[in-house]
Design a protein around this ligand. Structure first.
Ligand code: ATP
Ligand code: MG
Length: 367
C-alpha cells in the first residue's frame, strides 16, 4: 500500500507539483497500524488534479478536495489551504489555496496528524508530531480553545484518537474540551454518530466511554444511560445499552437489532431465544451478560432444530394424520412442535411428532 501511495506522489510531482502523504496514513504507519485510505496534501488545485487523473478523479465540491481510487486504494487529495472563517462552529466556509506546506499543516487539528511523508518515503515533521506520537500525547496544533470553537467536531475526533490509539489528552486540550463541550449541539447527529461509531468499535471502546464520562460529554451527547454500558466487542451492544434509538440516526436494521438484543438480554442462551432470534443478537446479549461467544455458539450448534425445515414432519404429514385441510391452526401447531423439540419435551422423530399433533388437535377440539 505504501508503495502505491508513493507512486501516487510521483504522478503528481511529475506533473510539476509538490505532494505529501499526511494525516492518518502516516500516523498509523509509524504506529504499525494498517490504514485503509490515504490523505495527500499538494499545491496542485482540484482543477490541476482533474487534468492529471481525468476520469479516475471524483471531486468533493464541499471540501475543495478530490478523491482518486487508484489500485483499489482510496486517496483523498487536498490542496494546501488556509481556513479563513468558520460557520456554525463546524467546517470553514471560506478557504484560500496557498503554496506552503507548513501553513497547511497549521490548520490541522492535532500534531500527530501533521506528520508527512515525501515521495522518497522520508518523514517530514515540521510541527513536531513525532515527539507527541512517541510520548502518546494528543496535542492541538494551535490554541485548543480556539480550535474547538472553530470546529466542534474536533472534540469527538480528540476522544476518538485518545481511545483508538490509547493516547493521553494534553492538559490544555482537556480543559478546552470541558469548556467548549456545550458547542456540541451545533454538530449534526450524523457526524456525531460517525465518530461515536469509531469510538465504540475500537477494542478500547470502554476506555472511550470512560473518557466521555470524565470529560462530561455524556450529557451533551444525550447519554443519560451511560452508566449501563458494559464492555462489548460489538459497537451495537454499546449503543443498545445507551438506549438512544430515537435520538441518533440508526438504520431500520440497527434499530431492529437493538430491540432484539434487549429482548434476549435476560436469557441469551435459552434454546427458544437462539432459535427465534438467531445467533447474532444472542451473542451480543451474551457478551453483555459475561457469557463467552464460544459458549453461545456451542449451544446454538447443539439446538435440535435451526429452522422449521429441520422438523421431522412436513405439512402434508400433519394434514394426513389429522385428516383435515390446511387452516390457521397450522401456525400454532408448528409453534408447539418447535417449542416441544427445542425444550426437549419432544423427540424430533416423525412418529413422536405426529402422535403429539393428534393429541394437541384433540385437546383443541375439546376446548
Ligand atoms: P482516519 O482517516 O484514520 O479516520 P485521519 O486523521 O486521517 O484519520 P481524516 O478525516 O482522513 O482523518 O483527515 C485527514 C487529515 O485532515 C487529518 O489527519 C488532519 O490532519 C486533517 N483533518 C481532518 N479533519 C479535521 C478537522 N476537523 N480539523 C482539522 N484538521 C482536520
Ligand atoms: Mg484519513
Amino acid at each position: 500500500m505504501l508503495k502505491v501511495a508513493l507512486k501516487m506522489l510521483e504522478v503528481i510531482e511529475e506533473a510539476g507539483f509538490q505532494a505529501y502523504i499526511v494525516g492518518g496514513f502516516v500516523r498509523d504507519h509509524l504506529l504499525g497500524i494498517h490504514s485503509n485510505d490515504v490523505d495527500i496534501a499538494t499545491n496542485a488545485t482540484p482543477k490541476d488534479l482533474k487534468k492529471i487523473f481525468q476520469e479516475a478523479c471524483l471531486s468533493n465540491d464541499d471540501y475543495g478536495s478530490v478523491t482518486v481510487i487508484f489500485k483499489n486504494i482510496h486517496f483523498e487529495i487536498t490542496t494546501f489551504r488556509k481556513e479563513l472563517s468558520y460557520k456554525d462552529n463546524r467546517r470553514p466556509d471560506q478557504i484560500s489555496y496557498i503554496n506552503n506546506l507548513e501553513e497547511d499543516l497549521r490548520r490541522r487539528d492535532f500534531t500527530i496528524n501533521t506528520i508527512c511523508m515525501n515521495q522518497k518515503g522520508e518523514i517530514i515533521d515540521l510541527l513536531h508530531g513525532c515527539d507527541d506520537l512517541n510520548k502518546k500525547i494528543l496535542r492541538s496544533v494551535s490554541d485548543p480553545f480556539q480550535e474547538l470553537e472553530e470546529d466542534v467536531l474536533r472534540i469527538l475526533r480528540a476522544v476518538r484518537f485518545a481511545t483508538t490509539l490509547q493516547f493521553q489528552l494534553e492538559e490544555t486540550l482537556e480543559q478546552a474540551i470541558k469548556e467548549k463541550k456545550y458547542l456540541l449541539c451545533h454538530l449534526s447527529m450524523n457526524r456525531k454518530k460517525e465518530e461515536l461509531d469509531k469510538i465504540f468499535s475500537s477494542p478500547f471502546a470502554i476506555s472511550g466511554v470512560d473518557l466521555l464520562k470524565k470529560l462530561g460529554l455524556d450529557q451533551e451527547l444525550g447519554f443519560t444511560k451511560i452508566y449501563k454500558v458494559k464492555l462489548c466487542s460489538q459497537m451495537i451492544g454499546i449503543w443498545t445499552m445507551l438506549e438512544v434509538d430515537d435520538l441518533y440516526p440508526f438504520t431500520k436494521n440497527e434499530k431492529a437489532l437493538m430491540q432484539q438484543i434487549r429482548e434476549v438480554l435476560s436469557d441469551p442462551i435459552s434454546p427458544l431465544n437462539l432459535y427465534y432470534y438467531g445467533l447474532y443478537p444472542c451473542v451480543v446479549a451474551g457478551e453483555l451478560n459475561g457469557i463467552e461467544k464460544k459458549k453461545v455458539n456451542e449451544i446454538y450448534l447443539q439446538l435440535p432444530i435451526h429452522n422449521r425445515n429441520d422438523l421431522a414432519v412436513q405439512t402434508k404429514d400433519i394434514l394426513e394424520v389429522l385428516g383435515v385441510s390446511p387452516g390457521p391452526f397450522l401456525k400454532k401447531m408448528y409453534q408447539k412442535l418447535e417449542e416441544g423439540v427445542l425444550t426437549g419435551k419432544l423427540v424430533n422423530e416423525k412418529d413422536a411428532l405426529l402422535s403429539y399433533c393428534t393429541q394437541v388437535f384433540k385437546e383443541d377440539m375439546n376446548e
